[in-house]
Design a binder for this molecule. Structure first.
Ligand SMILES: Nc1ncnc2c1ncn2[C@@H]1O[C@H](COP(=O)(O)OP(=O)(O)OP(=O)(O)O)[C@@H](O)[C@H]1O
Ligand SMILES: [Mg+2]
Length: 322
């Protein structure tokens, strides 16, 4: 993998230490994102999307820890940086929108001061100037009546409004890299569209690289350039969006796509993948997906498949292509 990408994740492995030993929540993930590119990360609940996002910015809380791998950002390995330097990158050049807005907002700071905080920390401006920038950003993310809301506190806002405050904080310094973990889940469709348009414009106009974590394949189709599919901590498919929606390679990806209502059969029945994502303490051997896979055959339970590159450029970890 080249380092020309703004973000280049190599063999990233994050484990949770338990009495039973280390459990791999993220297992050998390779991923790269170029400037101005939007890469969506998809997969069912528990597949490791959030742990991957947190790992990239060195934010995994104990008992989790990055056990292996490197994360190159603009040519430097973030995971090898001293915490001080990492903190300088985080927030200014690389920022994250967290999945849980309430736990990441400070309950005793006003909305205005919170959104202005990155500006005050990383730029030499007055409080008034920082607050003005915060107000403008809150208007951009569609918070109603931002001038009044800025003087209020997080508990006075709805879930969707809090999420927009988080988004404003993450975008206010025009980061080079944005990691957005389910940024629009709590928002209604109109506001969701507005936020996704905002992220798309950031990518196109200012060259921000975006990692967009989402459950919503409709959002992926409308927003992303490439798709990375995760299953049980591993990346199982990586493809350009057009190629992916024309027909994904991995049976897991095919199952995800088949569960989209728009593509379901005439009866309108949702076909979903039978079975459940395995727990980290009971991962099946070989390909972790094999017990649920409709195409399972000889080698699947034996050895984990490596990545195979198909003629159309997509990469998939499935023995069908071996
Ligand atoms: N603090 C923790 N301790 C132990 N295991 C954890 C912890 N946090 C997450 N995990 C495990 O790591 C795996 C990946 O979790 P993660 O939150 O990354 O999933 P996700 O893909 O983001 O799911 P969702 O779509 O529900 O947000 C899961 O098996 C989860 O149980
Ligand atoms: Mg998550």
């Amino acid at each position: 993998m080249t380092h020309e990408s703004l973000l280049s994740v190599e063999n990233l492995t994050t484990v949770f230490d338990t009495p039973a030993g280390p459990l791999p929540a993220v297992d050998g993930v390779d991923l790269s994102v170029g400037r101005g590119e939007i890469v969506a990360v998809v997969g069912e609940s528990g597949c490791g999307k959030t742990v991957l996002s947190l790992s990239v910015l060195g934010l995994v809380p104990p008992p989790g820890r990055v056990a292996a791998g490197r994360v190159f950002f603009a040519g430097r390995d973030l995971l090898a940086l001293p915490e001080r330097e990492l903190r300088a990158v985080r927030g200014a050049r690389a920022s994250m929108i967290f999945q849980e807005p309430m736990t990441s907002l400070n309950p005793v700071l006003t909305i205005g001061d919170q959104v202005a905080e990155p500006v005050r920390t990383h730029r030499r401006v007055s409080r008034a100037q920082a607050l003005e920038a915060a107000g403008a950003m809150l208007a951009k993310v569609g918070l109603p009546d931002p001038a009044r809301r800025m003087r209020g506190y997080p508990h006075e806002l709805s879930g969707g409004q809090r999420q927009r405050v988080m988004i404003a904080m993450a975008l206010i310094l025009s980061p080079e890299l944005l990691i957005a973990d389910e940024p629009t889940t709590a928002l209604d469709v109109t506001v969701q569209r507005q936020i996704l348009d905002l992220m798309t414009h950031l990518a196109r106009d200012t060259g921000t690289a975006v990692v967009l974590v989402t459950h919503n394949l409709g959002v992926v189709a409308q927003t992303a350039d490439a798709v990375a599919v995760m299953y049980a901590g591993r990346l199982v498919e990586y493809a350009r969006v057009g190629t992916f929606f024309a027909g994904p390679a991995h049976p897991y990806s095919q199952g995800l796509l088949a569960s989209l209502p728009r593509l379901a059969g005439r009866g309108g029945r949702l076909s979903s993948i039978p079975g459940m994502v395995p727990s980290l303490s009971a991962l099946p051997p070989g390909c972790h997906f094999h017990p649920r896979c409709p195409r399972v055959f000889g080698p699947c339970a034996g050895q984990a498949p490596p990545f195979f590159t198909l003629p159309d450029g997509r990469r998939t970890r499935c023995w069908l292509y071996g």
